[in-house]
Design a binder for this molecule. Structure first.
Ligand code: NAD
Length: 301
């Protein structure tokens, strides 16, 4: 068997075309165009590239972007003050703080100062809680992109054995919760899992997000499994690879995502989707911000 390659570049492009149409519709109806604020602290070269790509993608579909660069030694309070201003800015519908932050920063304090109504990365506790009970407003972009790739290939999740390798707050855990919402049977593995292969071999769908090249070898994959490689690793010779031994696993899987060109381009597309969704929400006639919804629910009890 040779797996079908899932073309993340093509699917991501299709989603961007839909984004452009949604933005045009908002503007045609006299609405404020979507706006995304991006905050970057320090000069990490990879982060600089990611931010540049996100801003370029915004421009490409008609989303306005507002970039705020801070040196690594900026105070946390300065960044939080900036976020507070953006929370109140009607031209901004999404706020993104590029990770990682310098080690002196309290990441959760920064992320939780972003309004849940502008949390287009989906890291605010409200949106994370929504993943558990259903009804999150902004699904985190990378796992959301994985779901869209599966949907595009008409790969259903109900009743499937899905093994997620990696349990980070950004990829693995939200991925598992989203899969559970789709009634998959989900197993989460991580760095402390003993004998990883005994779990991965059971997977109808294997999602790997560990950040460890060649972690998944062909003997760990069931014949005909769907393999989604989220990992992005730069080897010493400069080559970009995922977490899966692609050359070996491609001969065993039914579908596989390449690296690069698989999940990566989807992450940026889903950020655009979340930003436009936010813009549309803010402009709904009966829009009630999440914070107000909670305080009025409390008042009613
Ligand atoms: P992380 O370091 O925060 O988490 C890694 C997770 O993998 C942890 O839960 C850890 O326990 C687990 N893990 C590590 N080694 C393992 C092993 N040997 N066996 C089993 N589990 C192991 O990383 P992250 O932010 O979740 O990112 C994971 C990978 O996905 C990285 O390569 C990252 O670059 C990539 N990534 C890609 C995208 C994208 O858009 N394609 C987005 C985010 C992250």
């Amino acid at each position: 068997m040779t797996a079908k390659l899932i073309d993340g570049v093509a699917v991501a492009q299709k989603i961007r075309d839909e984004c452009r149409e949604r933005v045009q519709r908002i503007i045609a109806q006299g609405g404020t165009p979507p706006g995304l604020a991006v905050i970057i602290v320090g000069s990490d070269p990879a982060s600089q590239i990611y931010v540049r790509n996100k801003i370029r993608a915004c421009a490409n579909v008609g989303i306005k972007s507002f970039r705020f660069d801070y040196p690594a030694d900026v105070s946390q309070d300065t960044v939080i003050d900036q976020i507070m201003q953006l929370n109140d800015d009607p031209a901004v519908h999404g706020i993104l703080v590029q990770l990682p932050l310098p080690p002196t920063f309290d990441m959760s304090r920064i992320l939780h100062s972003i309004s849940a109504d502008k949390d287009v990365d989906g890291f605010h506790l409200y949106n994370v809680g929504g993943l558990v009970v259903g009804g999150t407003v902004f699904p985190p972009c990378t796992p959301y992109g994985v779901l869209k790739l599966l949907e595009h290939e008409h790969i259903t999740l109900e009743g499937k054995n899905v093994v997620v390798v990696g349990a980070s707050n950004i990829v693995g855990k939200p991925m598992a919760l989203m899969l559970m919402q789709h009634e998959a049977t989900v197993c989460i593995c991580h760095a402390k899992t003993r004998d990883l292969a005994q779990f991965t071999i059971l997977a109808d769908i294997l999602v790997v997000a560990a950040g460890y090249p060649n972690l998944i070898q062909p003997e760990m994959v069931r014949t005909g499994a769907v393999v989604i490689d989220v990992g992005i690793n730069r080897l010493s010779d400069g080559q970009l690879v995922g977490d899966v031994n692609f050359a070996g696993v491609v001969a065993k899987a039914s579908y596989i995502t390449p690296v690069p060109g698989g999940v990566g381009p989807m992450t940026v597309s889903m950020l655009l989707v979340n930003t436009i969704t936010s813009c549309e929400r803010w402009q709904q006639q009966n829009f009630v911000p999440i914070v107000k919804k909670f305080s009025s629910a409390r008042a009613a009890t």
